[in-house]
Structures are given as structure tokens and as C-alpha cells.
Design a protein around this ligand. Structure first.
Ligand SMILES: C[S@@+](CC[C@H](N)C(=O)[O-])C[C@H]1O[C@@H](n2cnc3c(N)ncnc32)[C@H](O)[C@@H]1O
Length: 258
């Protein structure tokens, strides 16, 4: 394991040792749920629009899944077969405590050699690939082990994104460069790896800044907070083409029903 990867692993382990409260991952508070689940819900809507979503019948793998936020969302969305992976065993132990029905597996996203091709229907990553020294390798590994689609929710490469976002993330001794994606990158990486023009690359660019939107919404009385957050994102919709975030869905060849 490279020292960059090892330092990511130990930084996550340290966070898990220090932090007790992970309740935001399981709370039913509508504002928190909306803010945390919005991008994942958009990815499910994109799959659904192509008739590629059937949670009760599909297996899902979450890469760089930390303590299980995405896994918990997917279970609540009706998936019964969800495996959360991360470098950190400590994070996966928290994940199992938060939802004992989630499967967990320690995994370096850059090297999924232990997982055969096309093992999981859907493979998700959210805010994870930009922690890897080789994000493109993490992505092609996701594509390899996915049977139907890989879902990539990561920062979008743009001037605005770079101006308001972080370039270098530092967590204890761990440092990562925030790699930002766009449609063209995702498409080129997909075509060069899958070698098929039948692959479908869908991207949605949008604004996402949960801390700021949450702060604005919490100034309103509790009963209005969800509506306030929805209004902020709705107001930003006309300028989503300048947004800082990408929801990408890459559908493998021959899976383009609908
Ligand atoms: C910002 S956290 C995101 C966690 C989760 N996706 C979420 O949004 O709650 C990034 C996660 O990626 C994990 N990670 C970093 N490098 C990794 C690698 N090479 N393979 C697998 N996981 C990795 C870290 O341990 C950490 O849990």
C-alpha cells in the first residue's frame, strides 16, 4: 500500500476513534436527509429514467463508503443486498453498528483484484475518488466490477468549483488533491477502458453545498427548514450548468434498456 493510501487509512481510523456521534447518517430529520441524500437520489432517478433501477433485485457495492452513509441510504431506498467498502476497518466497524444489515468489506478502491468482473449490479462512489492518488484507476475498477452501471458523485471540474472549493484536503497527516471531473473526462475514461461505443455516459452538473444551505435553512422555524433548503437549490437550478458537483452514471454496453 502506498504511503498516500496508508495515510488516508490512518486518518479515517483516527476520526472513527475520536468521534462518537454518527447519528446524522441515520437520523430521519427531513432537512438532514434531504441535504445528505439529494445527490444519491438524483443518481437513482437517472437510473430509473432509463429503466435500470430495480432495488429489490439488484446488488450494490459502495466504494470509499466510510461509515456507511451511502449504504444506509441505499437500504432505505429498497436495496437488500448492499456491500459497503472502505480502506478503514474502523469505519466499517462503525458502519456495521449503524446498520447491521449492511455487508462490509475492507477494500482499496484502486485495487479490487479480489472481486471478479461484473460482480455487482450497481457500484457507487460519493466523495471518494478524489481521495485516491489514482482516481482514474478507482473509476475503471468500479466499471470492471459493475454489471450494469457505475455511479460517480464527485466534484465537477470548473473555475467556480475551484474558486469556492478546496484544492488540497488535509486530514491529520493525510493529504489529497481534490480531483474534479467533467463529462468529457468520464466519457473518455469509459470508452478507453470498455472499448465499446455502446457505453452510455450520463452526467448531471449541479450545485451542492450542504453546509451553507443547511446554515441558511436552520435560520427558519423548524417546520419551514426543509422547504427553505429545497428553495435554495431550486433557485440555483437555472445556473446548474455552472455547478460545482457532478452526478455521473455510466451504463455498461448492452444495459441500455428503456
Ligand atoms: C470523505 S470520506 C467519504 C466517505 C463517504 N463516501 C461519505 O460521503 O460519507 C472518504 C473515504 O474514502 C476512504 N478512502 C480513501 N482512500 C481510499 C482508497 N484508496 N480505497 C478505499 N477507500 C478510501 C476514506 O477512508 C474515507 O472513508
Amino acid at each position: 500500500m502506498s504511503s498516500a493510501i496508508e495515510s488516508q487509512r490512518s486518518a479515517t481510523a483516527e476520526i472513527c476513534d475520536k468521534r462518537d456521534d454518527w447519528s446524522f447518517h441515520v437520523t430521519r430529520d427531513p432537512l438532514t436527509r434531504f441535504l445528505r441524500d439529494r445527490r444519491l437520489q438524483i443518481s437513482l432517478d437517472m437510473l430509473s429514467a432509463r429503466n435500470l433501477l430495480n432495488p429489490a433485485q439488484q446488488s450494490a457495492l459502495v466504494v470509499c463508503g466510510g461509515v456507511g452513509g451511502e449504504g444506509i441510504f441505499l437500504r432505505r431506498a429498497g436495496f437488500t443486498d448492499v456491500t459497503v467498502t472502505d480502506l478503514s476497518e474502523e469505519a466499517l466497524a462503525v458502519c456495521r453498528r449503524l446498520d447491521p444489515n449492511l455487508r462490509t468489506m475492507p477494500l482499496n478502491a484502486e485495487n479490487m483484484a479480489g472481486i471478479p468482473d461484473s460482480s455487482y449490479d450497481l457500484v457507487f462512489v460519493q466523495d471518494g475518488l478524489h481521495h485516491l492518488p489514482r482516481p482514474a484507476l478507482g473509476f475503471t475498477e468500479m466499471l470492471r466490477v459493475a454489471r450494469t452501471a457505475a455511479i460517480v458523485i464527485e466534484p465537477y471540474e470548473s473555475l467556480v468549483g475551484r474558486l469556492i472549493g478546496t484544492e488540497w484536503e488535509v486530514q491529520g497527516k493525510a493529504v489529497n488533491y481534490v480531483f474534479r471531473w467533467n463529462h468529457s473526462m468520464l466519457k473518455q475514461m469509459t470508452l478507453s477502458y470498455l472499448l465499446s461505443a455502446e457505453s452510455v455516459v450520463l452526467t448531471r452538473r449541479l450545485w451542492d453545498h450542504n453546509l451553507s444551505v443547511g446554515k441558511v435553512a436552520r435560520r427558519f422555524p423548524e417546520r419551514c427548514r426543509l422547504l427553505a433548503a429545497k428553495c435554495v437549490y431550486a433557485a440555483l437550478t437555472p445556473v446548474n450548468s455552472l455547478g460545482n458537483m457532478m452526478v455521473g452514471v455510466v451504463v455498461k454496453p448492452g444495459k441500455t434498456a428503456g
